[in-house]
Design a protein around this ligand. Structure first.
Ligand code: MN
Ligand code: MN
Length: 285
C-alpha cells in the first residue's frame, strides 16, 4: 500500500509500533451523486485540528498522554469496489497489529471495507440517509448502499440514528433494523436513545460510523448530500462519548469542505473526543 505524504492529524505523533489508535484517510468520492469534494475531507479535517488544544476539559484527558498515529491517505483506485478492498486490507493489517482503526472519509462507501475486515456484531451509524439501497447508479458499492452492504456482510445488529431520507422500500427494510430517526432524537432526546443502544450492543463487537450529514445541513453545510431537519453536533458528541468507548473501530465520513470549515471542525473535534473517551474507558490504568 502506498501512502501519500500529507498534513497530519494534530498530535498524532506516536510511532506506528507504539500507537494504540491509527488514523488513515481515504480521499475518495468516485460515486458521489450530487456535490463532489469529499476527497478533500481527510486533509480538511487534519488541517483544522491544528487549532485545537490537546486538553479536553469535559473528559479531563490530554491527548498528549495518548499514543496515536496518522498513516496519511491511501491512494484510492477509481472503482468503488477496489477502494473498498483497499480499505479492507489496511483495516485488516491494523486490527492484526492490535490497533484501533480510525478512518477519515471520503464518501461513505469506504466503510464497507472496514466492516469486511472487522466483521462486527453491531454497526451503529449516524446518518441522514438510510443508505439501504440494493444498488445505486449501477453499483452496489455506491455510498447510498453502504448500510445495506453492512447488513449483507452478516452484521447482526444495525442501529441507525438521525435518519430522515430514504425510499419507501428502504424504510420498509429498516423495520428489521434499529431505526432512530432525526425526529425520534428530537422528540425523545439523544440520552434516552443512547441508553437503548447501549443495551443492544452490550458485550458485542461494535463498529461506529459517523456520516457528517447526520447533522443538520444548516449547522454544518460542508456536505455532498445535504439534508435539513437533522440532529446536532451535541447529539453526535453524546454518541461518540457513550458509544465510542464500546466500539472497536470508528470512522467519520462524508465531510465535503465547501463551507467555511465548520463541518471539518466538528469532525476533527469528534475524532479527538473518540480517542480521548475510548482511551479513558479502555486503556487508562
Ligand atoms: Mn451515508
Ligand atoms: Mn448520508
Amino acid at each position: 500500500m502506498q501512502y501519500l505524504s500529507h498534513s497530519f492529524f494534530a498530535d498524532a505523533d506516536a510511532s506506528y509500533d507504539s500507537a494504540d489508535y491509527v488514523l488513515f484517510g481515504v480521499p475518495y468520492d468516485g460515486t458521489t451523486t450530487y456535490l463532489a469534494g469529499t476527497r478533500e475531507g481527510p486533509d480538511a479535517i487534519r488541517r483544522v485540528t491544528r487549532t485545537f488544544e490537546t486538553y479536553i476539559p469535559d473528559v479531563d484527558i490530554d491527548l498528549t498522554d495518548i499514543q496515536f498515529a496518522d498513516l496519511g491517505n491511501i491512494e484510492p483506485e477509481s472503482q468503488p469496489e477496489m477502494v473498498v478492498s483497499q480499505v479492507e486490507d489496511v483495516t485488516r493489517d491494523l486490527v492484526a497489529d492490535g490497533k484501533i482503526p480510525i478512518l477519515l472519509g471520503g464518501e461513505h462507501s469506504v466503510t464497507a471495507g472496514a466492516i469486511r475486515a472487522i466483521a462486527p456484531e453491531c454497526y451503529v451509524v449516524c446518518d441522514a440517509h438510510l443508505d439501504l439501497r440494493e444498488e445505486y447508479g449501477g453499483s452496489p458499492y455506491n455510498h447510498a448502499c453502504v448500510t445495506r452492504r453492512v447488513a449483507d456482510l452478516g452484521t447482526k445488529h444495525i442501529v441507525i440514528i438521525g435518519a430522515r431520507s430514504g425510499t419507501r422500500e428502504e424504510y420498509e427494510y429498516a423495520r428489521s433494523l434499529h431505526l432512530y430517526t432525526a425526529e425520534d432524537v428530537r422528540a425523545r432526546g439523544i440520552a434516552e436513545i443512547i441508553e437503548e443502544v447501549l443495551e443492544i450492543i452490550r458485550g458485542k463487537r461494535t463498529y461506529l460510523s459517523i456520516d457528517a450529514d447526520a447533522i443538520d445541513c444548516c449547522l454544518t453545510p460542508g456536505l455532498g448530500t445535504p439534508e435539513p431537519f437533522g440532529i446536532t453536533p451535541y447529539d453526535i458528541r453524546e454518541v461518540v462519548r457513550k458509544i465510542g468507548p464500546q466500539s472497536c473501530a470508528f470512522d467519520y465520513v462524508e465531510v465535503c469542505p465547501i463551507d467555511a470549515g465548520q463541518t471539518a471542525a466538528v469532525a476533527g473535534k469528534l475524532i479527538r473526543e473518540f480517542i480521548a473517551c475510548h482511551w479513558k474507558e479502555n486503556r487508562m490504568h
